[in-house]
Design a protein. Sequence first.
Length: 500
Amino acid sequence: MTGSTFQILERGQIREIKKSIAKVTGLYHGMNGQLLEISNDIKGMIMGFTREEALVLLLGKTEEAKIGQTVYNRRETFRIPVGDAFIGRVVTALAESCDGKGPVIDGKDPTATTYPIFREAPGVLDRIPITEVFETGALMIDASVPIGKGQRELIIGDRMTGKTTLCVDTILHQKGKGVICIYCCIGRSFASLKKIAGIFQDAAAMDYTIIVSATASASAGEQYLAPYTACAIGEYFMDRGKHVFIVYDDLTKNAWAYRQLSLLLERSPGRDAYPGDIFYIHSQLMERAGKYKPERGAGSMTFFPIVDALQGDITGYVPSNLVSMTDGQIYLSSALFNSGVKPAVDLGLSVSRIGNKVQSPAMKELSGMLRLQYLQYTELLKLTRFKASLSDETRQQLAFGDRIARLFIQDKNRPRPLAEELFFLYALSRGVLKNLTLDQVDHFKEQVLAYGKREFKEVVEELSLGKKLTPEFREKLDGCLNSFCEKAFPKKLEEAHASP
């Protein structure tokens, strides 16, 4: 009793321990998902029941749990602390600090509250259709596979094809855009997490980013709970009218952790030894993304779940489940990656079910036929690879496709702003690049935006708004491009004017 408040506790006792799973007797009024207290460093969550015992997932310093230890049940659902103080921090799957900077939440934080880790997804009446663009900074995706705020876009591909790099670059691109980013590390090595955190620090991205860590050294229980923790933290900001972007890296490891826990819980294995509810644990997570209506604050939460494919097979059990519950997928090909195409996005297998309705008017106008032209180029490249003689028309198609492919390639950790992407696409549509060599196209990519900012600042500022390209503004863009080419490629400009 504290003051005049009574606390009613149910007390049980650990009878058996199997790695992260304990069998506890004496919890006759427990329910699934309730939080249990075992010691200061060990918590538990009820995962199921037998006739005599409760099956409990151990969390925290699980190695210190012992048979005969007392377990207390306050009959509370599993909740974690959330608040503005999480921005810039690295936390565990239990929302506890692990970056050496002390506790995340203190008693003086007015924004601090708690959220349930397993929360119901917003209802249909609380949502509105997705109409606002979410820019990734990758030209190939922004132009050909547009993403909207509130969308769930699966990132799928073999190991070492740049899936994490693509998502990290997307986080870097959100700087100054009012988006709260959460990177959820599941089952990755500590070295890779440290490298990613260093990239965020160097780019000042931690000013708007939160890292939820459940590395390979963490228990299976923490790897299972980490994505739900990240989602609960994101929902705090979403409920306050902010835009949130969450990367789950990756849900393959999450499924492995849940499979391990299910086998320890003695549940019947199914396909690939996964339990029957493996679809549910991911679908209940994916459903929590979306866009709130204005009456709920108009906040949004966008998901990029990552999943591994095995040797290009996207029909695996977990990948096919996630394909069915997301709004599209971006497939990264190992063949493209090894040939130097980065990001290695296979546009033939990548799709966004939101479509180009979220694109800015300028991007929609300039990228309308780009995807089709690029796919035609890749097919033509395969057909003509071993042919010695080609028609002039075929050569022109291949040359045009070469320039599209060159524009799509970009360095890692170098997301491109909208104005730069539109500069590229406008130059392509106007034929500015057709007389340039591929090396000169690379020079154009690296220098044109800097030149525009220096000599045509108003044009770049207007272009960055993505508004419809009026005839008057097109003239200004033509003037900017001609001025740049006159200084960078004077001989090529003369050839372009001489060609019909």
